[in-house]
Ligand binder design. Structure first.
Ligand code: NDP
Length: 255
């Protein structure tokens, strides 16, 4: 049977939009207490208000940057101080970058992709681990189908998601399932990231319309809400992986 998460404490990074926001609502529906983390504090408060209406009994909002190790320490500590425990860590925050490698103006800009997608999952996990061991808790991480697909123009994003995938596979072996780990490799999900809004707002290279049209033309577009529902279900059932369907991967290999 899936874990009953009513009253349990769930920390979600990247909870201000997209999949992370929807993950918050799914946990709220199940009565979990929430700690919501992202940089846009006002959006987090909007999400918190909605999650409260849906059924979460206690919600903490902590503005923070997952690319900053000090922030990671701070938001994990604030969560444990407020609730007295931590049961699920949801590593969801991420950024995309889209550009031909040859045309990248400054490769250093792309270190930010690794800083958020890889280190931004590693640091919160390191800080949270003692608390998760104490509670017999769980870790979720949002990798991507990009971890195993060589999609042109997304070399940095693909590499960051491959790093996430193998890091957490390894951690699973080290932890001997003392703390359960669920890794998702979703496909194309409707969110700020795939609409390209997010990227332009934060100064990275924008997803261009051509690329979006090409992808959306061939691939099924899954709503963030549906993706989040599958994620929370997989975590509560202790599933190790949540992947895109096989035929979807086959499509890419064939192309
Ligand atoms: P969104 O852009 O809608 O959400 C990204 C979230 O991450 C936002 O809440 C954003 O909040 C947060 N975030 C970004 N940078 C930071 C940072 N430095 N510190 C803290 N929070 C940060 O996109 P998605 O919902 O699509 O993305 C969620 C995750 O799902 C990502 O890891 C993404 O790679 C992954 N994914 C997405 C797929 C898709 O097709 N959309 C497919 C496979 C995986 P804020 O700006 O307020 O900081």
């Amino acid at each position: 049977a899936p874990e009953d998460v009513a009253g349990k404490v769930v920390l979600i990074t990247g909870a201000s939009s997209g999949i992370g926001e929807q993950i918050a609502y799914q946990y709220a529906k199940k009565g979990a207490r929430l700690s919501l983390v992202a940089r846009r504090e006002a959006s987090l408060h909007d999400v918190a208000a909605k999650a409260k209406d849906i059924g979460s009994p206690d919600i903490l909002v902590v503005a923070g940057d997952v690319a900053n190790p000090e922030d990671c320490k701070r938001f994990v500590q604030a969560t444990v101080e407020h609730f007295g425990q931590l049961d699920h860590l949801v590593n969801n925050a991420g950024v995309a970058s889209v550009c031909w490698f040859e045309e990248v103006p400054d490769v250093a800009d792309f270190k930010q992709v690794l800083a958020v997608n890889f280190w931004g999952a590693v640091h919160p996990t390191h800080c949270a681990l003692p608390h998760l061991k104490k509670s017999g808790g769980k870790i979720f991480v949002n990798s991507s189908a990009a971890a195993v697909l060589a999609m042109p123009r997304m070399s940095f994003y693909n590499a960051s998601k491959a790093a996430v995938l193998n890091f957490f596979e390894t951690l699973r072996i080290e932890l001997l399932d003392e703390v359960g780990i669920t890794i998702a490799t979703p496909g194309w999900i409707e969110s700020e990231m795939t609409k390209g809004k997010h990227l332009s707002k934060h100064g990275t290279v924008e997803v261009d319309q051509d690329m979006r049209d090409a992808q959306v033309g061939v691939l099924p577009v899954v709503r963030a809400e549906r993706c989040a529902e599958a994620i929370v279900d997989a975590v509560c059932r202790g599933r190790r992986h949540l992947t895109v369907p096989l035929w979807y991967r086959a499509l890419f290999l064939w192309r």
